[in-house]
Every structure is written in C-alpha cells, then in structure tokens.
Design a protein around this ligand. Structure first.
Ligand SMILES: *[C@@H]1O[C@H](CO)[C@@H](O)[C@H](O)[C@H]1NC(C)=O
Length: 190
C-alpha cells in the first residue's frame, strides 16, 4: 500500500478512536455544559454558568431528593434542562394550586390523578420517575408543566459549576471563575 495512504489511514483511525473516547467519557463519566435561563436562580446564573455533571448518576441511578440534575427536556429532546429533584418515585406531590393543572395527562397516569378537573392538584410520582422543579419557582418550566420526569432522561448529577461572569480569580462566588460545589438542598452531604 502507498505509504501516504497508510499514514492517513493510521491518522484517521486514531482520530476515530479519539472521538469515541471523548464520546464514551461524555456519555459515561463526565460532562461540562453551559446552562441558560433563569429557572435555577440563585443556584445557577442565567447565562455563562457551566455545570460539572457526573454520569454515574445517569438514568437517575443513586439520585436523591434535593439533587441537581441535567436531563433531556421531555418536550424537546434536543434540549437539556437543569433542575432539582423535589419528589421521588411514589411521593405524593402537591402541585402549585395557584397554577392549575396545565400539563397533559399521560395515559398511564389516569389512575394516579384525581378525575375532577378542579382538584387535580395532587400527583403521585410513578415508579421510575422523579418530580423536578427549578430553584426559581416563579420562572421555571418543570414537572408542574411537563409532569413527572422519566429517570431515563437524567444524564447526570450536577456537582459543581463555574460562573464565567465571575473574574478568573477571587470572584464573589468562589475562586477560579466562580467555581463552587453544587450541593443537595435536602439532605446534608458529607
Ligand atoms: C427568578 O427570576 C427572575 C427573572 O430573572 C428574577 O427577577 C428573580 O430574582 C429570580 N428569583 C430568584 C429567587 O432568584
């Protein structure tokens, strides 16, 4: 074989392997993603805040009440959402009564929800699902809109974030571009 072609094939194969490696890391180990939107204020800034997410928690594995997670947006698989888990499978949730029941009922939920339209304020989170809300309740699209989130959509747990609105060093939120840990708001960790 022409040595040139051979060299190219070798480079190509290395490139493919590098891409696979990055993909595997991104899927199974770690993700660093930008977040946007006001829904997680004050925990996450509305723009230029990047979250560190661990993939060992994907599909909701070992996720707990109060954890921040990255998930595929149920209504739009192209987009991700950052939310906090505020209900575990089997929990009964009082949906914000002031909002009314805005979400579409899933066929499987029919027995879980009060049949009377005006009293559909309590929801039982089905198995394999969690209830998620943004920390900024008045500016968040979450389970109150799209109902319980299937755990299979959870891509990882947010453990820290870098706010690039902050200076490189010595910002208000933490040194090194606003680096801070994102903790669980419900149980005391460590
Ligand atoms: C929620 O978002 C709105 C709009 O950006 C903001 O004015 C408000 O301060 C936020 N609430 C919290 C608790 O940060």
């Amino acid at each position: 074989m022409n040595p040139n072609i051979k060299a190219w094939l070798k480079t190509g194969s290395l490139a493919v392997r590098a891409v696979c490696f990055v993909h595997i890391i991104h899927t199974y180990v770690y993700e660093f993603t930008e977040t946007r939107g006001e829904s997680m204020l004050p925990t996450l800034a509305a723009s230029n805040d990047y979250v560190h997410a661990l993939k060992k928690y994907r599909d909701g594995k070992n996720c707990k009440m109060g954890d921040c997670i990255v998930a595929v947006k149920p209504s739009d698989p192209e987009h991700r959402v950052c939310k906090r888990i505020t209900g575990m499978p089997g929990d009964v949730i009082l949906v914000d009564p002031s909002m009314g029941a805005q979400f579409d009922r899933l066929p499987s939920d029919t027995d879980e929800i009060d049949e009377d339209e005006s009293f559909k304020t309590y929801i039982k989170v089905p198995m394999g699902h969690v209830w998620v809300t943004g920390d900024n309740l008045s500016h968040s699209l979450d389970s109150r809109t799209y109902n319980s989130l299937p755990m299979g959509l959870i891509r990882g747990k947010i453990v820290a974030a870098n706010d690039f609105n902050q200076p490189f060093w010595g910002g208000l939120k933490g040194n090194f571009w606003g680096f801070r840990k994102i903790g669980n708001s419900f149980v005391d960790e460590d």
